[in-house]
Design a protein around this ligand. Structure first.
Ligand SMILES: [Fe+2]
Length: 276
């Protein structure tokens, strides 16, 4: 069985369409979405519809649950909060109901466990960031004890692509996987894998990412998909979700400033600081 794993779409329709196109070319058996289907961008209904129509197995992310009022917005950036309010106003009631009904954890035939944030704890797992070995150890313990018998847990939330292996009681150094790389899953190991983000990149790498799990061959592959992100950006600006700090400047100058900041590694730092 070949399973496509994607996460953190964040209502970016152009990115999701590009990824689904790439997945169609791969020929997969299952589609698994790790949540944060909505938030930040302005096409939540269209993204929900695409995933529903594709029969994707979806879990809820923290942005999905904030939109549906199942959790509060503690820790959300100003931009994230603007997007939640905008999404609540624009998402159709049946799409909101569909989001509300998503589980926090799901499994694929004993091969894969899907979560948004972490496999632990029982309550609030969609808010946990698996970005350190302390938290990873707790989720590896939950995976080893999981009734599905799966050895792979896919998570999102951090928007950072990652493959982590637990073997003989130790968390090994992260496996570096680049576009097209195929990681061989070893018998006896457990894995926490993050496919990165479809629609809300937070690094200089702007392409959408997803992963392919081949359960017969026991391999995991990384895929990156280029798409035109200017459309989504223009829509968020029109909707008032995007901050307008550079809005008074001519577009070429704005683009040059951003490109320069990205080149010296400052864009992400400033983005984080302004949006925290
Ligand atoms: Fe997210």
């Amino acid at each position: 069985m070949r399973i496509a794993i994607l996460s953190d779409i964040h209502a970016n329709l152009e990115a999701l369409q590009a990824v689904l196109g790439a997945i169609a070319e791969e020929g997969v058996d299952r589609l698994v979405c790790l949540g944060d289907i909505v938030g930040y961008n302005t096409d939540p209904g269209a993204c929900v519809a695409l995933l529903r129509d594709a029969g994707a197995l979806c879990v809820a992310g923290n942005h999905d649950r904030a939109v549906t009022r199942q959790i509060g917005m503690d820790g959300f950036s100003a931009r994230a909060i603007r997007a939640v309010f905008w999404t609540r106003r624009h998402l159709a009631p049946d799409d909101t109901a569909w989001l509300s009904a998503l589980p926090l954890k799901a499994a694929v035939e004993g091969q894969l466990v899907a979560v948004h944030g972490a496999l632990h704890p029982d309550i609030g797992c969609e808010l946990v960031r698996l970005d350190g070995d302390g938290e990873r150890r707790l989720s590896f313990a939950a995976l080893a004890a999981h009734p599905s018998g799966a050895r792979v847990c896919a998570y999102g939330h951090t928007h950072r692509l990652g493959v982590h292996e637990y073997r003989d009681g130790a968390i090994l150094a992260p496996i570096l996987a680049h576009d097209g790389d195929e990681v061989a899953l070893r018998p006896g190991s457990y894995y926490l894998v993050n496919p990165g983000t479809v629609g809300e990149p937070r690094t200089a790498e702007r392409r959408a990412t997803f992963m392919l799990l081949d359960t017969a061959r026991q391999t995991l592959s990384v895929r990156r998909v280029a798409y035109d992100d200017t459309l989504a950006f223009a829509k968020t600006r029109r909707a008032g979700i995007e901050p307008r700090r550079l809005a008074g400047l001519p577009a070429p100058l704005r683009a040059a400033i951003k490109a320069g900041l990205r080149r010296v590694g400052l864009y992400e730092v400033l983005l984080k600081a302004f949006n925290s």
